[in-house]
Design a protein around this ligand. Structure first.
Ligand code: HH2
Length: 274
C-alpha cells in the first residue's frame, strides 16, 4: 500500500499510472496536454480506463532534451495540475527533479514526487518529501537527459542499477523519508542501450528483490521501437505490451504508461496467470 493524501494506492494489484505531459516536446505526447481543459479530459479518460494514479510532467526528459528552468516548468505545470486535480480524485504524481516545483505542486494537490534523478539534482527534494510525508519514486539514470544516450557503459547493468537504487533509498531514509513511502525504478531508456534495457527487463526480479515496490516506465520507448525495426512512437503499443507483461511477471508493482486501456488488459491477463 502506498499511502498518499488523496488515498492509498493498492500495490496488492499492479497499479496503472497514466502519463500526462504538459510539455511542447515530449517524445510521445508532446504538445497534446498543455491546454488545461484537454489535459483534464485526458485525465478523466485515463481514470475511466483503469489508471489508479496519474503522473504529470512539465519538463521533457527524452534523450537530448534541453533542461527548463523552475519558473517555466511551473508556468506549464500548475494550470494543468489545477485542472486535473479538480477533474479526478486519484493520486497525482509530479515528475520533477526540482524541490521548488515539487513544493508548489504539493500545495496544488499533487500527492507523490517522481524524481528521475533520485534526489541527486536538488538536495532539498528528499527533505521536502520527508517533511511533507510524500511518497517518492527514485529512478536510476546514467548521465543527464542531454547526454545520457551518447555512450552508456556498464560492467553489469543490473548489479549497478541495483546498487544505485539501494544507495538512493538509503539517502531518502537518511533524509527522513519513511521506508513505506519509497518506490524504486530502474529507469528504462535513461543512459541505456537496447541491450542494457533487455538485460534489465530479463533480470528485473533482482530489482524487485531490493524490497521496495518497483515502478517501470517502458511505454513506447526507443528500445521498444528499435526491437521492432525502428517503429515510430505511435506504433509501439504491442511492443510495450510484451515488455509490460514481462515486467508484471517479474513482480513490478506500478507501470507508467500512455495507453492505459490496452495496458490494463495486459496487466489483468499477466497478473491472473502469474
Ligand atoms: N520516463 C520518462 C519520464 N519520466 N519517470 C519514471 N519514474 N520512470 C520513467 O521511465 C520515466 C519517467 C520519459 O517518458 P515520457 O514522460 O513519456 O517522455 P518525455 O520525457 O519526453 O516527457
Amino acid at each position: 500500500m502506498l499511502r498518499t493524501r488523496s488515498g492509498p494506492v493498492n500495490l496488492g494489484r499492479v497499479a496503472i499510472v497514466g502519463i500526462l505531459n504538459a510539455t511542447p516536446d515530449s517524445f510521445s505526447d508532446g504538445g497534446l496536454h498543455m491546454d488545461p481543459a484537454r489535459a483534464a479530459a485526458a485525465a478523466v479518460a485515463m481514470v475511466g480506463e483503469g489508471a489508479v494514479m496519474l503522473d504529470l510532467g512539465a519538463e521533457s526528459t527524452r534523450p537530448g532534451a534541453t533542461p527548463v528552468a523552475a519558473d517555466e516548468e511551473l508556468r506549464r505545470l500548475l494550470p494543468v495540475l489545477r485542472a486535473v486535480r479538480s477533474a479526478v480524485r486519484v493520486p497525482l504524481s509530479v515528475d520533477t527533479t526540482k524541490a521548488a516545483v515539487a513544493r508548489a505542486a504539493l500545495d496544488e494537490g499533487a500527492d507523490v514526487v517522481n524524481d528521475i534523478s533520485a534526489g541527486r539534482l536538488d538536495p532539498h527534494l528528499l527533505p521536502l518529501c520527508a517533511r511533507t510525508r510524500t511518497p517518492v519514486v527514485l529512478m536510476h539514470m546514467q548521465g543527464t537527459p542531454a547526454t545520457m544516450q551518447r555512450d552508456p557503459r556498464y560492467t553489469d547493468v543490473v548489479a549497478e542499477v541495483a546498487k544505485f537504487l539501494t544507495e538512493r533509498a538509503r539517502a531518502a531514509l537518511d533524509a527522513g523519508v519513511s521506508p513505506d513511502a519509497i518506490v524504486v525504478d530502474p529507469g528504462f531508456g535513461f543512459g541505456k542501450t537496447v541491450e542494457h534495457n533487455c538485460f534489465l527487463l530479463r533480470r528485473l526480479d533482482e530489482i524487485v528483490a531490493l524490497g521496495y515496490p518497483v515502478l517501470v516506465g517502458m511505454s513506447r520507448k526507443g528500445f521498444v521501437g528499435k526491437l521492432l525495426g525502428d517503429r515510430p512512437t505511435h506504433d509501439r503499443v504491442h511492443g510495450t505490451a510484451a515488455a509490460v507483461a514481462l515486467a508484471v511477471k517479474a513482480g513490478t508493482r506500478l507501470v507508467r504508461v500512455h495507453d492505459v486501456a490496452a495496458m490494463r488488459d495486459v496487466v489483468a491477463v499477466a497478473e491472473a496467470v502469474g
